[in-house]
Design a protein around this ligand. Structure first.
Ligand code: NAD
Ligand code: UD1
Length: 338
């Protein structure tokens, strides 16, 4: 059993990961400022697991509170989800993004150092591969960034690699997520974007439920089977189980980067069709220009995760859409309506 501080644990991926960790008998302590989440998510995790969670409302920029929390929780490991994640917003608010993501992580690392803990799992993203030079994307693919969000992930990865060089006893696992979608099979927790969603699946779900009128498909002239963008969508519960495997292995001095993806790519049209089947609703859409900064195709080589973690994704596009729809249908206003 590990005692784990989970920064950003009330968020989309964090809440699903807490379910898997608690069901496996680990103890979690959530540290979140609720800037993009609700304490209701924590209550729902308690409902799913039947266990109480300790949590504190705090900012990762607050080193004093972080150190006190690490000491009070007696945790030996940290999973670090907290951060800002919208690409478009990062272009408009670079200072906010670098401060929250980079300075926030540095503050956490200082707090961990002062409290003598050195086991960390970090949420990175496939965005660090930039425009793919080859596919599938292996972990040794060259890294680049085209926006402040992606750059913040790249900078943090570099910082973590440098820490491991200077202090080889650190155990650091950098997980690079592909496109997380779906929700817990209970329909009690899921993604609750504030305002109009930027990402495809939550947008499609809100069209299906009638909150949004139609989907705009960004580009139908890509070099893909149907001309629309192809991505490696991964069920958030599979992703959460990847963290459980990472936690069970952490401890040996190391710093590794591992893709969490399925290795399978689906187009925007594939997603629309799968979601139509799951929801039995119409999804009106129209084609428009490509979105600035988008790439044609992106999917993972997931072999290393299987080799190192003994993990591979089990759920397909059908389960992703079914579970995303169940969450949307049961919670049309997200956590806004209990
Ligand atoms: P999310 O916004 O749902 O969760 C992030 C959580 O961190 C929220 O609960 C938020 O309130 C909290 N938070 C933000 N800034 C904080 C701060 N300064 N102090 C304390 N708490 C803070 O996002 P998510 O989708 O669950 O993503 C989790 C992590 O995974 C993020 O680091 C994100 O960049 C990364 N990631 C997400 C995706 C994705 O598509 N969702 C893809 C790749 C990587
Ligand atoms: C986006 C981010 C990326 C981040 C990833 C996971 C951008 C440019 N990139 O990637 O950094 O790591 O989310 O959080 O924001 N699409 C539509 N209509 C929509 C929304 C999306 O057609 O309303 C298309 C996109 O053009 C793309 C696919 O759907 O082809 C998936 O888009 P999205 O869910 O935003 O994910 P990414 O673009 O992969």
């Amino acid at each position: 059993m590990k005692r784990i501080l989970v920064t950003g644990g009330a968020g989309y991926i964090g809440s699903h990961t807490c379910v898997e960790l608690m069901n496996a008998g680990h103890e979690v302590f959530i540290y979140d400022n609720f800037s993009n989440s609700s304490p209701i998510a924590i209550e729902r995790v308690e409902k799913i697991t039947g266990k109480a969670i300790r949590f504190i409302q705090g900012d990762i920029l607050d080193q004093y509170l972080l150190e006190n929390t690490i000491k009070a929780s007696n945790c030996d490991t940290v999973i670090h989800f907290a951060g800002l994640k919208s690409v478009g917003e990062s272009v408009k608010q670079p200072i906010n993004y670098y401060e929250n993501n980079v300075v926030g992580t540095l503050t956490l690392l200082k707090a961990m150092t002062n409290c003598n803990i050195n086991k960390l799992v970090f949420s990175s993203s496939a965005t660090v591969y930039g425009n793919p030079k080859f596919l599938p994307l292996t972990e040794d693919h060259p890294l680049s960034a085209t926006n402040p969000y992606g750059n913040s992930k790249l900078i943090i990865e570099d910082i973590l690699r440098d820490i491991h060089i200077s202090s080889p006893d650190w155990s650091i696992t950098i997980l690079r997520y592909f496109n997380p979608v779906g929700a817990h099979s209970s329909g009690l927790i899921g993604e609750d974007p504030r305002g109009i969603p930027n990402n495809l699946m939550p947008y499609v779900a809100q069209v299906a439920i009638g909150r949004l009128a139609e989907l705009t498909v960004f580009g139908n002239d890509y070099d893909t089977a149907d001309g629309t963008g192809v991505r490696d969508y991964i069920h958030v519960s599979d992703l959460a189980k990847g963290h459980l495997k990472a936690i069970e292995q952490i401890g040996m001095p190391q710093c590794s980067e591992i893709n969490l993806g399925t290795g399978v790519g689906y187009s925007v049209i594939d997603v629309i069709n799968a979601f139509k089947r799951a929801s039995n609703r119409d999804i009106p859409f129209r084609f428009a220009e490509r979105r600035n900064g988008d790439i044609a195709t992106c999917f993972a080589d997931p072999k290393l995760a299987k080799e190192i973690l003994g993990w591979e994704a089990e759920l397909g596009i059908k389960e992703m859409c079914n579970d995303h729809w169940a969450w949307q249908h049961k919670n049309p206003e997200g956590y806004g309506v209990v």
